[in-house]
Each structure stands twice: as C-alpha cells, then as structure tokens.
Design a protein around this ligand. Structure first.
Ligand SMILES: Nc1cc(-c2cccs2)n[nH]1
Length: 244
C-alpha cells in the first residue's frame, strides 16, 4: 500500500518510522510519503491560509495551494483521498479494514478551521473523497488524526501483526467481535500483589477459556459501551443481564 500525507507539519509523522509501521515500511508493505504543503505556496511567506469568507474566527486553508499539491502528488493516478475533520463520517474498525484494502491512500491534513470546501468538491469529481472524524472532540489539526488512522489501518495489512489472529480478536472486529469490546487480559505471574489470574485461564481447557473470554467481553461491553451492547443479539444480552 502507498500512503501519501500532505501537511504543514511533516515532522508530526516521525512516529511512522518506528514500531509496527516502521517495520512494514522497511519490508516494503507500506510506502509512506510525507509532503510539506508549503512547497506549493509561492509567495515569500509561503502562505497556506487566509481569513474565512462570511467572517468568523480562525483561518481557512487556501484552495490554490492544496490544488497544486494534490495535483502533483496524484498525477494521473487515483488514490482514495481521506480528509480528517470533526465533521466527517466516524472512523471505525470497519472503515479501517475497508481502507486497509485500498492500494493507495492520500491524507490531506488541514487546520481545525478547515480546508476550503472547493478542494474536496474538485477532487470528488475524479477521486473517492472521504471526510473522516476520529471522534467527537476537536484537534488543532489533522495530523494526529492521520497518525491514528494510519496505525489502525497499517496493523491490518498482511504480515504487519506478528499473529494475524490478533486482528480477528480485536475489539469491534467483524465477525465474532462485532459490537463487542475485548475483555481483560493477563500474563505471568499467576498471583501479583495478592491478585490471582482467573483460574479458568490456567485450566488449559480451550473451550472454557473461549466461553469465559466472550462472557467477559459482553460484560465489559454492557458496562462501558451500552450503546454497542444494544446491537448485540438479544439472546446474548438476556443471559448476561440476569447475571449483572
Ligand atoms: N475527529 C477530529 C478531527 C479533527 C481535526 C481534523 C483537522 C483539524 S481538527 N478534530 N477532531
């Protein structure tokens, strides 16, 4: 997969050189290219934003600069364009999986006040453009949102996770974990400061372990994410409601 990121703060993406994503880049699974938006601003101050039409606080990013940058990066190709914004569609595990299947993604990092909307309109005429929110809170810019999405997407690429099963067992993963968060996890020692590991996990009985883990996942989902729990099969909840 090729990933292009356009930003006025390319240094934000140094973390993509380390850990899982860094190794995927070394292996060639991921081809990440970060671009400085100001390279396409031609005035002496390299201006990339201006005051909003209609008034109001803050600054809006200029369409001309973005247009030249995206034209250069895209050429005659057709990446899927992702624009982080608080007003976008929710970024979910399902969307992460969908994006992990794309051969080429282009991330456009804007300021909170946003990129001139005509940029998204222009490129929607020839590319798939998605405005995406990583949550209902406001960041100062899109860079951190791109880091979140690149990590969530990158770990789903073949060979990136040491054990592909991990992605299957992820919270929210399609299939058996749909609408479920993961339950508690434990490792050695069996007793730590008087806290014992649940005995079922030491039993070696894989069926009982799997049932216990699902039960714990349902309990945690009911407790922490009631809005997800309501999406679970009613039969699942009835059994647990009685116990909780
Ligand atoms: N979910 C989300 C995205 C954002 C921003 C994207 C670009 C500037 S601020 N804030 N919150």
């Amino acid at each position: 997969m090729r990933l292009d990121i356009i930003s006025i703060f390319p240094e934000y993406f140094a973390p993509l050189d380390v850990s899982l994503i860094g190794k995927a880049r070394e292996r060639g699974t991921l081809d990440v290219r970060v671009h400085q938006l100001r390279d396409w601003a031609h005035d002496v101050h390299k201006t990339v934003d201006d005051t909003p039409y209609g008034g109001g606080p803050g600054m809006v990013m200029k369409p001309e600069v973005w247009g030249e940058a995206i034209d250069t990066v895209v050429g005659d190709g057709s990446p899927r364009m992702i624009v982080p914004t608080p007003s976008g569609r929710p970024f979910t595990q399902e969307l992460a999986q969908e994006l992990a299947d794309e051969p080429w993604l282009l991330f456009a990092c804007g300021r909170y006040e946003g990129i001139d909307s005509r940029v998204m309109d222009e490129y929607a005429t020839r590319l798939r453009v998605d405005e995406v929110s990583i949550g209902d809170y406001v960041l100062a810019g899109g860079e951190v949102a791109v880091l979140v999405m690149v990590e969530a997407i990158g770990r789903l690429l073949p060979g990136v996770l040491g054990n592909a099963q991990s992605a299957v067992d992820d919270s929210f993963a399609p299939g058996s974990m749909q609408n479920l968060v993961e339950g508690p996890v434990y490792t050695k020692p069996p007793v730590w400061r008087g806290h014992e590991v649940p005995p079922v996990l030491l039993s070696g009985h894989h069926g009982n372990v799997a049932r216990w883990r699902r039960d714990q996942a349902i309990r945690r989902t009911v407790r922490n994410r009631p809005e997800l729990a309501r999406e679970l099969d009613p039969g699942t909840l009835d059994k647990h409601d009685r116990k909780l």
